[in-house]
Design a protein around this ligand. Structure first.
Ligand SMILES: Cc1cc2nc3c(=O)[nH]c(=O)nc-3n(C[C@H](O)[C@H](O)[C@H](O)COP(=O)(O)OP(=O)(O)OC[C@H]3O[C@@H](n4cnc5c(N)ncnc54)[C@H](O)[C@@H]3O)c2cc1C
Length: 304
């Protein structure tokens, strides 16, 4: 984001809570994708999703943590989240980024912390998903998943169709009976590691969707792309499988109830927390129209 484009006088003005005008403006846009700053807001939103017959997957925002104190605080927050989901009867699970719980420091620390959370979540019948981050973490994330999956059955892992390695990873994961969430991939990668064109990424997404329907069970097709969703719907007619569609909060809200009405399982990914900026920037970049929306609403609200 080029803050300069919007003018230093707007960016720098500080409000009573210490936030700049730019931060407050970006938060007003980000609010469509996140439940709010607090766990209570996430639980309330999740209950709402349940009322609409959707599962709720709650994520505490944050990534790339290296301070021991910060990591421990995040683990405690997830432990509390698992307990609160149970107390409030939320149907669904939680989703964790490995670098929130130590992967940027060591795989061992990450594994131990994840195990503490999964243990707690399994007592409340909550499913745990491990998000996939940038490719430098893929190998470790998969190893950690396989290690924990030996002990905990209600555990899933995200894989990214934009990575060249993912077809092979999925074949190996399926041999272990892994529970897989297929996404396109949200991180910028180099051409050696990742497919760069939409055609290639979508082609790989379809290929992996076929593998999931022929060899997998209990998997998630996580996309907002109607072409990918229609493809999965078609495959589901010939392959009876337990799977669900997963979509992010605030995206394709018109499609979610239609899929539910048509008898498909749908879950909504619901992030919350104060560290909303990196997540929101990824969402903004995913659609050109979002950038235009950002520009025009800033101009309208500030008449610059
Ligand atoms: C439940 C879930 C979990 C995820 N977990 C991970 C993860 O662990 N790791 C990871 O790298 N990525 C993850 N992602 C993000 C994913 O990789 C993509 O970046 C994101 O879903 C956009 O890709 P798409 O499949 O929707 O297809 P795209 O081709 O990007 O979009 C298809 C269509 O969907 C709509 N759309 C997509 N994004 C937006 C948006 N931001 N605003 C408005 N409309 C939009 C538009 O109509 C667009 O034309 C997850 C996504 C979901 C849904």
């Amino acid at each position: 984001m080029n803050y300069k484009l919007l003018g230093d006088e707007h960016v720098g003005r500080v409000g009573r809570d210490g936030s700049t005008l730019m931060e407050r403006f970006l938060f007003s846009i980000a609010k469509q994708w996140i439940a709010g700053n607090t766990m209570d807001e996430a639980i309330a939103y999740a209950r709402d999703a349940n009322k609409k017959q959707m599962g709720a997957i709650i994520n505490r925002l944050g990534e790339h943590m290296v301070s021991g104190e910060q990591i421990e605080k995040t683990v405690s927050e997830y432990l509390m989240l698992a307990a609160n989901m149970r107390k409030n009867g939320v149907i669904g699970g939680i989703s964790i980024k490995p670098t929130q719980v130590g992967l940027a420091k060591s795989a061992r620390e990450c594994t131990n912390n994840l195990e503490r959370i999964i243990n707690k979540a399994s007592q409340s019948q909550s499913f745990v998903w491990i998000d996939m981050e940038s490719s430098e973490y893929t190998e470790d994330t998969i190893s950690i998943y396989l290690k924990l999956f030996e002990k905990y059955e209600r555990l899933g892992i995200a894989v990214q169709a934009n990575l060249r390695r993912t077809g092979r990873d999925v074949s190996m994961l399926l041999r272990h009976g892994a529970k897989i969430r297929l996404v396109k991939g949200a991180y910028r990668e180099n051409a050696k590691t990742a497919f760069r064109t939409r055609r290639e990424v979508d082609g790989n997404y379809r290929k992996i969707t076929e593998s999931l329907f022929s060899e997998g069970n209990e998997f998630a097709i996580a996309t907002h792309d109607s072409a990918m969703i229609d493809f999965a719907v078609k495959l589901s007619r010939d392959h009876e499988r337990r799977f669900e569609f997963q979509m992010l909060k605030g995206i394709r809200d018109e499609l979610k109830p239609k899929l539910v009405r048509n008898g498909f399982s749908v879950s909504e990914y619901i992030p919350y927390g104060t560290n909303w900026l990196p997540y929101s920037i990824r969402r903004l970049k995913e659609k050109k129209r979002n950038i235009l929306l950002l520009g025009s609403s800033f101009l309208q609200s500030h008449r610059v």
